[in-house]
Design a protein around this ligand. Structure first.
Ligand code: IGP
Length: 264
């Protein structure tokens, strides 16, 4: 069983909701990213999604785009991110997933990319723009390692496609709450109920909801519909404006609200 599936099992057994937090590698620099990852684990995150900075991040809103631009200006590279992750491996217990656009994987070489990240301790891969035709090679490369390829669904995913995704999904399914780019906004998470019900009919793989979550209250609303929530921009914004401690405090508040929500 994969480390991600293991983690979700633990979450389920303890009757909690999972908390997944996104951070951009190399923003504002690698020392800060390293501190942030440790602080976010200490604050109670169950999994960390590490974003690789990319020059054309079409699914990202202003906060994450800004972080990517800054990271690249600071000369963040795939190699430096790998070095950071390798150093971190012994110090962190929760699973790490990498979120990247396909272009980066293609340029690096599919097999090598997945092997190198797997060796650096990563056990999940999220590629929002993975073309269907390329998915097979990426899946095959992942299967040779212990890396789960995380599938994304949205309310707009067609029933046929949803069924195929549910059959192949590994680790967890990332349910994108709304169309558009990443970033905090008001979302009515209850509108996801029909999609999630369809997923449940096909598979018992855990589902995490992401996109838009900006507060502990919003996290609880989303968590009602799923096994876990994913928070990116709201954490990155705190990191940008107030630093690691503020980002950690915010993640702790999310954790607390999710845990309390479960007791109600
Ligand atoms: O920032 P938000 O709205 O909290 O959404 C999570 C998101 O940041 C993270 O999962 C992510 C960052 N970039 C992405 C691109 C596509 C899919 C997901 C992502």
């Amino acid at each position: 069983m994969s480390l991600i599936s293991d983690k979700f099992k633990q979450i389920k057994v303890s009757g909690r909701k999972g908390l997944i937090v996104y951070v951009m590698a190399g923003y504002p620099d690698y020392t800060t990213t390293l501190q942030a990852i440790k602080a976010i684990e200490a604050a109670g995150a169950d999994l960390i999604e590490i974003g690789l900075p990319f020059s054309d991040p079409m699914a990202d809103g202003p906060i994450i785009q800004y972080a990517a631009t800054q990271a690249l200006a600071g000369e963040a590279t795939v190699a430096k991110t790998l070095a950071m992750l390798s150093g971190l491996k012994q110090e962190i217990a929760i699973p790490l997933a990498v979120m990247t656009y396909y272009n980066i994987i293609m340029q690096y070489g599919i097999d090598k990319f997945i092997q190198d990240f797997s060796r650096a301790g990563v056990c999940g891969l999220i590629v929002p723009d993975l073309p269907l035709e390329e998915a097979v090679s990426v899946e095959a490369a992942c299967r040779k390692t212990r890396v789960d390829l995380i599938s994304l669904i949205a309310p707009t995913t067609t029933p046929d496609r949803l069924r195929t995704i549910c059959r192949q999904a590994e680790g967890f399914i990332y349910c994108v709450s709304s169309t558009g780019v990443t970033g905090v906004r008001q979302v009515n998470y209850s509108h996801l109920a029909p999609v999630l019900e369809k997923v449940r009919q096909e598979t018992d793989i855990p589902v995490a909801i992401g996109f838009g979550i900006g507060s502990p209250e919003a996290a609880c609303q989303a968590a009602k519909q799923a096994d876990a929530v994913i928070v990116g921009s709201a954490v990155m914004e705190r990191l940008k404006l107030q630093g690691v401690n503020a980002a950690q405090g915010f993640v702790a508040a999310l954790r607390q609200a999710l845990d309390k929500g479960e007791q109600r």
